[in-house]
Design a protein around this ligand. Structure first.
Ligand code: SD4
Length: 312
């Protein structure tokens, strides 16, 4: 018998994504549709951290990375996409209507426009504008650990994800769903690391790094310093650990340990968090630094935020 439905999303802002995914799953709908709804909801939320409301690159442009993967290992991804509100939906369109899996930059935007997506203004959200001006004063190019690991204070359900000092506690949302038919799908969407180098792409749109789904075994997504995740093909690794018998939490822990082992000293300076679900509907997470969390929705349809265990 199928274990679903269940939906999990990274971070406490996962409450917003899960609330949009749940009605699809509750009605017996497809996990793929559920995770796309999760993406649309969070990309629409101007108070959150991903989508066009996110922080820009160091030249002042918001550039989006996203991907989606279904139960048949179909996948679609876009990166360095500008002025399009729903990158995950563009990725899905690419997956379903072309022989390709990955489009970037101007080509991705051209594909989106040809498929009826609207060109948005490109103006920064008021919060992002403020943050960018603040950043420009020093214009320091270094990925900031604090953005990732500071505990979000006072976040009730649907509270803004900006911290009191204006930072986000993250810039990426990943959602994994198991539907009533027992099928898995996932998505990952991001504005990427704030004030990144122009053209920089992280792990989030990279299949096997920011997201991986294997319908026989399970699925995983990640958040944090994308470069570290790409180096170990992080979410593919998590799914392979599950294939070899690890629980979702153990699998996430082993992937974190693989990253830390490379340079334990340096690992003190960045955050990576993995989130996973297996075919039985068991879920788990693990991160390098404290402060990572995820939201799970199942049974009663209420999103529950759970703090991840961490290496440090
Ligand atoms: C990236 N993984 O672009 C993303 C950033 C992130 O929470 O997860 N922020 O590297």
């Amino acid at each position: 018998p199928a274990a679903g439905p269940v939906v999990i999303s990274t971070w406490d802002s996962g409450q917003i994504s899960n609330a949009a995914a749940w009605p699809v799953l509750e009605k017996g709908g497809r996990a793929l549709d559920a995770v796309e709804q999760a993406a649309i909801a969070i990309e629409n939320d101007i108070n959150c951290c991903v989508g066009l409301g996110g922080n820009p690159d160091r030249d002042g442009h918001v550039t989006l990375d996203a991907c989606i993967m279904d139960e048949k290992s179909n996948c679609g991804a876009v990166a360095f996409l500008e002025r399009i509100k729903h990158p995950v939906s563009v990725a899905r369109k690419l997956m379903e209507t072309t022989p390709h899996v990955f489009l970037v930059g101007a080509g991705a935007q051209q594909f989106a426009l040809a498929n009826g997506f609207k060109l948005e203004s490109g103006k920064l959200s008021p919060d992002a504008e403020k943050e960018y001006k603040k950043w420009l004063k020093k214009a320091e190019y270094k990925p900031v650990i604090n953005i990732e690991h500071k505990q979000s204070k006072g976040h009730g359900p649907f509270a803004p994800t900006r911290l009191d000092n204006g930072d986000f506690n993250h810039d990426t949302m990943g959602t994994l769903a198991l539907d009533a038919q027992g099928n898995l799908s996932g998505m990952c969407t991001t504005s990427g690391m704030g004030f990144k180098m122009r053209g920089r792409v992280g792990d989030s749109p990279v299949i096997g790094a920011g997201l991986f789904v294997d319908n026989e075994i399970g699925a995983a997504t990640s958040s944090g310093q994308g470069e570290e995740v790409i180096r170990v093909a992080g979410t593919h690794l998590v799914v392979e650990f599950m294939r070899n018998g690890s629980s979702p939490e153990e699998a996430c822990k082993k992937a974190v340990e693989r990253i830390v082992k490379r340079d334990p000293e340096r690992a003190k300076t960045f955050q990576v968090g993995f989130l996973a679900i297996n075919k039985q509907g068991e879920v788990g997470a693990y991160s390098v630094q404290p402060g990572f969390a995820y939201t799970i929705t199942t049974g009663d349809g209420k999103g529950k935020v759970i703090a991840s265990k961490s290496y440090l």
